[in-house]
Design a protein around this ligand. Structure first.
Ligand SMILES: Nc1ncnc2c1ncn2[C@@H]1O[C@H](COP(=O)(O)OP(=O)(O)OP(=O)(O)O)[C@@H](O)[C@H]1O
Length: 228
């Protein structure tokens, strides 16, 4: 992302964002409520438009070209409540050439979701599991996970987090926003923090650890001066 700025309803939401995400890395996108994490993901994904600046993924700058190279499941909006999981999957199979139905079946079983379940029958956590399974069933360069685990119970969350590394190709990149920094810490190669409408910090997890800090301590430390 180069010189990226974004306004919505005349409110400046992101300003002067410059960010380079390295291939193959798992990167946390952190920031307080309203900092702009979802907005940034929606811009990268090509859902939020009319931004200023350049977003490029493996050389692809046009929204349609980027969309073909990244996987972002935006809350399953657009499907009615009576849609069954199998209908959602068929939609994905039809729309995305890279959708791997076998991989989805494995993930669906892992998440204990039935094909005949309707979206209206899913709890918040089950819906999030479906979104994770759909997102990781595509073979793409970049996976965008926006607060994927909020409703998922602690045990399942741990299992999913431990498996994420296995689900991604070695050179695929994952950008994941979450409020439970500690839980995803073991996964992370890098940490990006959004604050004051821009990229406030971008550090390697190794560097943070070599300063004998946990990622959570590092993150909280960025806000400490303000709370005093
Ligand atoms: N439709 C909208 N119109 C105007 N402002 C909006 C709109 N949607 C979001 N915003 C503003 O954009 C800013 C960033 O919101 P965003 O959802 O990207 O934050 P976030 O970091 O993902 O927050 P959270 O952690 O709470 O999910 C917020 O200040 C919010 O008020």
């Amino acid at each position: 992302m180069k010189d990226l700025s974004y306004k919505k309803n005349q409110k400046q939401i992101l300003h002067d964002v410059n960010l380079n995400l390295e291939k193959g890395k798992i990167i946390a996108l952190l920031g307080e409520n309203g900092a702009g994490k979802t907005t940034l993901m929606r811009i990268i994904a090509g859902v939020a438009k009319n931004y200023k600046g350049t977003v490029s993924l493996e050389g692809a700058t046009k929204e349609a070209d980027r969309k073909a190279r990244l996987s972002f499941t935006d809350g399953l909006t657009g499907f009615s409540d009576s849609t069954k999981i199998k209908d959602v999957v068929n939609f994905y199979i039809n729309i995305f050439e890279d959708f791997d139905a076998d991989q989805f079946d494995q993930l669906r079983e892992f998440m204990k979701l039935g094909l005949d379940m309707k979206l209206s029958q899913l709890s918040r956590g089950m819906r999030e599991k479906l979104i994770i399974a759909l997102t990781f069933s595509r073979k793409v360069d970049l996976y965008l996970l926006d607060e994927p685990f909020g409703g998922i119970d602690a045990m399942a969350r741990k299992k999913i987090i431990n498996s994420i590394i296995l689900w991604k190709a070695e050179d695929a990149t994952i950008l994941i926003s979450d409020h439970f920094v500690n839980e995803i810490a073991t996964l992370l190669d890098e940490v990006v923090v959004i604050k004051d409408r821009t990229i406030f910090a971008h550090e390697s997890a190794e560097e943070i650890r070599s300063n004998h800090e946990s990622i959570e301590e590092y993150y909280e430390g960025l806000y400490e001066d303000e709370d005093e």
